[in-house]
Design a protein around this ligand. Structure first.
Ligand code: UD1
Ligand code: CA
Length: 440
């Protein structure tokens, strides 16, 4: 069944107290609005239209894509007026049910939306409703003999209506042609002087169109973000969901409340992740990988049996083969490290290709940047790099070579030999430290 989606994102979001438009605030590293757009894409929408408002050009610039269309709502006269702005965008595609989503409601499950769309079909109005212990503030679902007759907003409701606990989540799906017919007929004679989208319910009933309802599995699915507090709450809900999915898939988490996944984390069997690790972008962890506490890992691949951290940072383009050890205060960027190699303490490995069974000593630094350009460091198999060594790229350390501690390597080091650059040690017997002259 074809589907159109309207995403309302014209609200200002004053309560965020931020120069960043509300819907660009990140949840799990991704703008709120992107979560909603991605859900619409997953539903296979033929057309997705984002309604944006004053100051929203930044939103459009940040998230524009070939499959999106944009409708500006200026001024903002209510949710019904907002959806009306999107209707011309759907003229070019075949008529289809139109789903209304909200740019600040990021966590609605696609399965829930599908349930709503399926329940509504192409000839009824479908509402996503929920039973809340405290329905204050929401539009209430008014039913007569079990059948929905209209929605009344909190500010327009009488006491009996305010006692209704079934609320309008705001998400609905309506037959496209009927929606285009109803929206221009909306009035604004209500407590807020707004064109309410919710008034289409009574219009549908007046036409004899059936109104169907579906419900989310969890209340957080339809919660919106109006403040930084609510943003943080939904972030935790999302991270908890991600943690549970990882554990269901067999990953062992030291504490599911202390992991942050801001992207895609793909794990093999028997992966262990200790507390306070952050995963960004696309991270792949092979079988038996152990991530110790306090690591930050972004767009990296970690081979089977490798041990990372504590306090390690793997940056984009890091690719580790099996049984690689990256220890505390080691940063790796855009580098490949082959099997059984180790960098266990205090090192920077950037733009390097490192062979198998290499030992990178504490304090080793690849000097990959001359202030203008980046260069590669190549370290072949079975190399031993002594502590506190600088490798000034481009430079190659030949197979089996040893670099003495404290070496600053500016020329290639030949294989199977010791290369060392260090001032010769000497001792001056009887040497005295200078003494400060006392004032007379
Ligand atoms: C709306 C519903 C209410 C429901 C509640 C759920 C209406 C009239 N009421 O009320 O039944 O219980 O959501 O949260 O629809 N927006 C625009 N342009 C506008 C007005 C709003 O884009 O002119 C967007 C806002 O950015 C926001 C969303 O629509 O994301 C909801 O608007 P808001 O005014 O907050 O609706 P509520 O009063 O919460
Ligand atoms: Ca309002």
């Amino acid at each position: 069944m074809a589907l159109n989606v309207v995403i309302l994102a014209a609200g200002q979001g004053k309560r965020m107290r931020s120069d960043l438009p509300k819907v660009l605030h990140p949840l799990a590293g991704k703008p709120l609005l992107s979560h909603v757009i991605d859900a619409a894409r997953e539903l296979g929408a033929q057309k997705i239209c984002v309604v944006y408002g004053h100051g929203g050009e930044r939103v459009r610039e940040a998230l524009d894509a070939p499959d999106l269309s944009w409708a500006r709502q200026e001024p903002q006269l209510g949710t019904g007026h907002a959806v009306l702005q999107a209707i011309p965008e759907f003229a070019a595609v075949p008529p289809a049910p139109t789903l209304v989503l909200y740019g600040d409601v990021p966590l609605t499950r696609v399965s829930t939306l599908r349930r709503l769309i399926d329940a509504a079909g192409d000839d009824t109005l479908g509402l996503l409703t929920a039973l809340l212990p405290d329905p204050h503030g929401y539009g209430r679902i008014v039913r007569v003999d079990g059948k929905v007759t209209r929605i009344v907003e909190q500010k327009d409701a009488d006491d009996a209506e305010r006692a209704i606990r079934e609320i309008n989540t705001g998400i609905l799906v309506a037959p496209g042609e009927a929606l285009a017919r109803w929206l221009p007929q909306l009035g604004n004679r209500n407590a807020q002087g707004e064109y309410y989208l919710t008034d289409i319910v009574a219009m549908a009933v007046a036409e004899g169109m059936a109104v169907t309802t579906a419900h989310p599995d969890a209340t957080w699915e339809t919660e919106g973000v109006n403040s930084k507090v609510q943003l943080a709450q939904l972030e935790r809900v999302h991270q908890r969901n991600v943690a549970e999915a990882l554990m269901e898939a067999g990953v062992m988490l030291a504490d599911p409340a202390r992991i942050d996944v801001r992207g895609e984390l793909i794990c093999g069997r028997d992966v262990f992740i200790d507390v306070n690790c952050v995963f960004e972008g696309r991270v792949v962890l092979g079988d038996g990988v152990r991530i110790n506490a306090n690591c930050v890992i972004q767009d990296a691949t970690v081979g089977a049996g490798s041990i990372i951290g504590p306090f390690a940072r793997l940056r984009p383009g890091t690719e580790l083969a099996e049984d690689v050890h990256i220890g505390n205060f080691v940063e790796v960027k855009n580098s490949f490290i082959a099997a059984h190699s180790k960098a266990n303490h205090l090192a920077y490995i950037g733009d390097a290709t490192i062979g198998s069974r290499v030992n990178v000593g504490a304090g080793t630094i690849t000097c990959n940047y001359d202030g203008a350009n980046k260069f590669r460091t190549i370290i072949e198999d079975d190399v031993f790099i002594g502590s506190d060594t600088q490798l000034v790229a481009p430079v190659t350390v030949g197979r089996g070579a040893t670099l003495g501690a404290g070496t600053t390597l500016t020329e290639n080091a030949p294989p199977d030999a010791l290369t060392i650059s260090r001032a010769k040690q000497m001792t001056i017997a009887g040497w005295k430290r200078p003494v400060k002259q006392k004032k007379a």
